[in-house]
Design a protein around this ligand. Structure first.
Ligand code: GTP
Length: 551
């Protein structure tokens, strides 16, 4: 067997053609002789570096490359047609069935240089795939001024398909793409290469309408492809095959198996790739002296929990702070939301058999019992004394404080009668700030409540103070903040306890108003005041506003 070197490759130092060994040669002429297999010669043309070779390799060799591999490796090449003779995989991939017709697709790559003679490649072609780059308007202009006339000159009867390559560049970060192309540009000495490797400007990116307009003018189908996003490749070649088979059906009308071939189909809309998830940066733990977010404690404006101690004293608090510092509170609120906490399955089962309390506690000020309690699944208080020694009951309520603010639903947790407000406030302060004041007068009570709530680090802090080793508490505070940062990160990622959703152009982000208020003055102004936004659970059109924030 004689191996044919494509006419272009003889003068091209970089053509993609592995060394040949006699044993590797395959007798592919067999393919031409198989009955009812339509062999289709498809010539691919277009300007330099528009992506012809990559497109062919994607179809013929299933070659997939990342954008940066692609960008870093451009050398003018032709993909040798003789690959069908030397590579079994390429030959196998050439076989396909389109509209019930068995075909063998033979792809012919060509050079993009306008002055080169391509008549050898055009000879006896069944279909021509005419490529341009959606990032190079000149290449589209040349479709009309140079390529289409050339095709019509050399193969006037072959159907033509217009293909906009490098579709992914329409959605890519062009600055990053240009940065990756820079070393390549430095290595390019010839004018043609410099011209194709120059930086891509955003205004050069062609919208799909431009390609469609030209295709309509020429009366040919239009497709877009990306070998990076692996899209449109099959569609281009399947429809090129259809065009070729329809044209053949006109000439070889006796071939009944070609009757089922359809006209080229329109391309399905391209769904741009999802942008990477937002980077959530949780700031470093605050300095020891910083009271943040302690000032939020007892702030009614964005409270979503009311803790009732000694039957009548109400303390306003926030689910996100309580549950990221105490697993007991976390389990309680997850249970209330109907989401069984994994480590608390058994307690949860016990809780589900609790009886509702007969009477609810005395109502004060702006707090009233919810008439129907959707989240708890029943009305009134739910007894928690069998589940935890720290709590008596939980229920849903409506808070109408501070004055002027809109009424909103809150969770009312009645603490065990042994919990007194003074030491409990010290415990809550620890849950918000990770700190315990050495001068706390009721340390034993604090330890008792810490025990009930299973906040063992706080109990250790009390022990350190009593043993005159309070200096060791700094380490506990540090560990507290690291632990809480991680839990906050998890809550943000999973949307747990989220009370507001930011709806952006490209997705939505669940967040927590108390965290936003204590971390950002803008957010404090928006959610902390008696505005409509304070009670909203969805914020839209905030792209420019949210972008500079780190949660
Ligand atoms: N982002 C992106 N770049 C592509 C794609 N296809 C090709 N390229 C880029 O275009 C360059 C040229 O691709 P080739 O396939 O070699 O182009 P060609 O049309 O065969 O070029 P010549 O051989 O010079 O005629 C590659 O090195 C890539 O940088 C694609 O789908 N997406």
């Amino acid at each position: 067997m004689i191996v044919r070197i494509p006419y272009k490759s003889a003068c091209q130092p970089h053509f993609v053609f592995p060394p040949l060994y006699r044993s590797q040669l395959l007798d592919t002429d067999m393919d031409y002789e198989r009955p009812n297999v339509e062999t289709i010669k498809c010539v691919v043309v277009g300007d330099n570096a528009v992506g012809k070779t990559r497109l062919i390799c994607a179809r013929a060799c299933n070659a997939t490359l990342t954008q940066y591999q692609l960008l870093a490796t451009h050398v003018p090449t032709v993909w040798a047609i003789d690959q069908y003779r030397v590579c079994q995989e390429v030959l196998e991939r050439s076989r396909d069935v389109v509209d019930d017709v068995s075909v063998s697709l033979r792809l012919w790559d060509t050079f993009g240089d306008h002055h080169k003679d391509r008549r050898f490649a055009y000879g006896r072609s069944d279909v021509v795939v005419l490529c341009f780059s959606i990032a190079n308007p000149n290449s589209l202009q040349h479709v009309q001024t140079m390529w289409y006339p050339e095709i019509k000159h050399f193969c006037p009867r072959a159907p033509v398909i217009l293909v906009g390559c490098q579709l992914d560049l329409r959605y890519a970060d062009l600055e990053a793409v240009n940065r990756a192309r820079r070393p390549l540009a430095r290595l390019s000495f010839c004018f043609v290469c410099l011209n194709v490797i120059r930086p891509i400007r955003p205004q050069e990116i062609l919208p799909p309408e431009k390609g469609r307009e030209v295709a309509k003018e020429l009366g040919i189908p239009y497709y877009e492809t990306s070998v990076v996003a692996q899209c449109g490749i099959k569609e281009v070649f399947d429809n090129a095959i259809r065009s070729a088979l329809i044209s053949r059906r006109h000439l070889q009308f006796w071939k009944s198996h070609l009757r089922s071939v359809r006209k080229p189909l329109p391309q399905a809309p391209f769904l741009p790739p999802r942008p990477p998830p937002p980077v959530i940066i949780v700031p470093d733990p605050p300095a020891q002296s910083e009271d943040h977010p302690g000032h939020l404690l007892e702030e009614a404006s964005c409270a979503d929990v009311v803790l009732v101690v000694q039957e009548r004293i109400r303390i306003y608090a926030h689910r996100i702070y309580l549950s990221t510092a105490s697993s007991k509170f976390c389990d309680l609120f997850l249970m209330e939301d109907g989401d069984p906490p994994s480590q608390a399955r058994d307690p949860l089962l016990r809780a589900s058999s609790f009886d509702a309390c007969e009477g609810s506690e005395t109502e004060g000020g702006g707090l009233r019992t919810s008439a129907s309690d959707g989240t708890l699944g029943r009305e009134g208080d739910r007894d928690l004394s069998g589940w935890s020694r720290a709590f008596e009951s939980i229920r849903s309520g409506v808070l109408e404080e501070p004055p002027g603010y809109r009424a909103r639903r809150v969770t009312v947790v009645k603490m065990d009668s042994s919990v007194r407000s003074g030491p409990f406030r010290a415990v809550l302060k620890y849950l918000y700030t990770g700190q315990l004041d050495e001068r706390e007068p009721e340390l034993m009570e604090v330890a008792h409540i810490a025990e009930l709530l299973e906040v063992f680090d706080l109990r250790m802090m009390v022990a350190n103070i009593l043993n005159r080793e309070a200096f060791m508490n700094q380490e506990i505070t540090r560990a507290f903040h690291v632990r809480r940062s991680n839990r906050i990160k998890e809550c943000l990622t999973k949307g747990i306890f989220s009370d507001v959703t930011f709806v952006l152009d490209d997705g939505s982000i669940n967040a927590h108003k108390p965290l936003l208020i204590s971390g950002c003055d803008w957010m404090a102004a928006m959610f902390g005041g008696p505005f409509l936004e304070s009670s909203t659970s969805e914020v839209r059109n905030v792209k420019s506003f949210v972008a500079p924030l780190s949660l």
